[in-house]
Design a protein around this ligand. Sequence first.
Ligand code: GRF
Length: 221
Amino acid sequence: MTAQNKKVRIAVLISGFGSNLQAIIDACRSGYIPNAEVCAVISNRKEAYGLERARQAGIAAVYFPLKPFKDQGKSRQDYDAALADLVASYRPDWIVLAGWMHVLSMAFLGRFPGRVINLHPALPGAFPGTDAIRRAYEAYQRGEITHTGVMVHLVPDEGVDVGPVLAQQEVPIYPSDTLADLEARVHAVEHELLPTVLRKLVLGQLQPRQAAAEQRTNPTT
Ligand code: GRF
């Protein structure tokens, strides 16, 4: 923040349902994330319901697909650089990947060092990539794990679902769980953990640089 009354601006990148986006919007509106607003919602999928959530909340909602770039023979880096231009035009303080299904290259990440945050529905080092909840559920059925979790981390580079951890929380799995039960439990934790991290970042109670430094000291965490 440069001026005292300026709100902290959060851009949210989505690809789907947008329930975590909604949790952020609600937390900004209620003041749980103090003095902050969602300044833009960008989706790489047209049908993403999160775009509708943004519109209903009076927030800029932009569909920004990769396909036209591919059709013109352009690279993912070209797309990522154009996406960075688009995101930068909203002057965000933080960029949150909330169900964003596209691995960002340094053409994007290099523009926002230490300011891109990802939500992953598993614990650090566990089940990177898509379908993490289902894979955790199946691993539990095979007796390989006793619980799963949720993490929020910085995105320093092109690694998938890795980076300095800002917060993590275990989620239990019970023998009677269906996959839908586990999904609901994981999402409920996500909807609390992500706003909690953003609240702490806005309040200065969480220092991304410190998280990054700790990660360098102890890369297994
Ligand atoms: C969340 O589980 C998130 O962790 C994962 O994709 C899901 C997005 O859900 N990366 P929603 O679009 O926020 O409802």
